[in-house]
Design a protein around this ligand. Structure first.
Ligand SMILES: [Ca+2]
Length: 405
């Protein structure tokens, strides 16, 4: 038998594993590896066009017969390098790679990368038409972009916006938008008629977005979420003045990072303000970029954005995560438990040679204690499980903060 402390720790680890499992959702599994709509920022390591039934990618340092290779782009432009990972160096609608087998003259393929789905992109779904997955309202436009459709739907207070065949826009609040089934992301790669770098669904395939994406302002209260610059994934418009409140009840601090920051002049700016006093805590612009991450010891922060009349750019994605005292305490308890258990292990192994008490003899059924301890002795396991739990919660909460436009 394992010592009581170890059994308890094993149980709590098991309980945490269960609790950490994210609720079933049609979205991607692990955290996002892309924050742009077309995966231009993808720097992951998938090197097959699909995880199942895909083709292997060619190395970018062996594709000299094609336009994109490391000879032409030797400084890591577009994420190219001496590897064969999917990339999007040419502003296409999604990451792709060259493949060896020519099929009808096609020597490259889009990659279906489950982890490359920007927050707010709810996925690619089948549409059998009658009724469509989103039944609120719709329009068509030969200048459709993801954001023109999202703005159209947001202005009418719909939660979801969907694009199809490059020019059709559907709005709705239908919670069963997945009812005809999910499709591979590559089936939603028809270019938007208004912006050929953005994916706008396909024939009978609708790409869905949360209408919070690219709103100028909003109120966030989830434990963690991503706030995009106004008009995202289009470039932000001129003369924008936007405020978002980020209020995480019970948080002792909020952790911020900018996975995407494309602001080119020093007139456009992003600020973090103390939610209570409105004091400016940090200011970033084209000549003062944000650090990798920063912590604010508050539960209420205001995010502010301003753009002037010239030099627009892609904008930003701000990822925030609230940390509660409870969360920090749990983390502390898990760490202390792990350390105590480790000490116990040392005591146990040492005393195995010189048994001293009845209690200790109980701990040493031959052949079992070694295995159990080897599973348990990973203090970092508890920590990573805890982080996953926070993300799992946020995926649920992100969809319903109040929006003001
Ligand atoms: Ca500007």
């Amino acid at each position: 038998m394992a010592p009581p402390a170890a059994r308890l720790a094993l149980l709590s680890a098991a309980a945490l594993t269960l609790a950490a499992r994210p609720a079933p959702s049609p979205g991607p599994g692990p955290g996002p590896e892309c924050f742009t709509a077309n995966g231009a920022d993808y720097r992951g390591t998938q090197n097959w066009t699909a995880l199942q039934g895909g083709k292997p990618c060619l190395f970018w340092n062996e594709t000299f017969q094609h336009p994109y290779n490391t000879l032409k782009y030797p400084n890591g432009e577009g994420g190219l390098g001496e590897h064969n990972y999917c990339r999007n160096p040419d502003g296409d609608v999604s990451p792709w790679c060259y493949v060896a087998e020519h099929e009808d003259g096609v020597y490259w393929k889009y990659c279906e990368i489950p982890a490359c789905q920007m927050p707010g992109n709810l996925g690619c779904y089948k549409d059998h038409g009658n009724p469509p997955p989103l039944t609120g309202t719709s329009k068509t436009s030969n200048k459709l972009t993801i954001q023109t459709c999202i703005s159209f739907c947001r202005s009418q207070r719909f939660k979801f916006a969907g694009m199809e065949s490059g020019y059709a826009c559907f709005c709705g609040n239908n919670p069963d938008y997945w009812k005809y089934g999910e499709a591979a992301s590559t089936e939603c790669n028809s270019v938007c008629f208004g912006d050929h770098t953005q994916p706008c669904g396909g024939d009978g395939r609708i790409i869905l977005f949360d209408t919070l994406v690219g709103a100028c302002g909003g109120n966030y209260s989830a434990m963690s979420s991503v706030v995009y610059s106004p008009d995202f994934p289009d470039t932000y418009a001129t003369g924008r003045v936007c405020y978002w409140t980020i209020r995480v009840p019970g948080a002792s601090r909020i952790h911020f990072s900018f996975p995407l920051f494309d602001i080119r002049d020093s007139a456009d700016m992003v600020e973090l303000l103390d939610g209570y006093t409105h004091r400016v805590l940090a200011r970033f612009h084209g000549r003062s970029r944000p650090p990798l991450s920063l912590n604010v010891s508050l539960d209420f922060v205001i995010l502010y954005f301003f753009s002037d009349r010239i030099n627009q750019a892609q904008g930003f994605a701000v990822l925030y995560e609230g940390w509660t005292v409870y969360g920090l305490a749990t983390l502390l308890i898990l760490t202390v438990t792990a350390i105590v258990a480790k000490i116990l292990l040392h005591v146990t192994f040492k005393s195995h040679r010189v048994p001293a008490s009845g209690d200790l003899r109980d701990c040493h059924q031959p052949g079992t204690s070694g295995e159990i301890w080897s599973i348990f002795y990973k203090p970092s396991t508890s920590i990573s499980i805890f982080k996953k739990k926070l993300k799992g919660q946020s995926q649920q909460d992100d969809r319903n903060p109040l929006v003001s436009d």
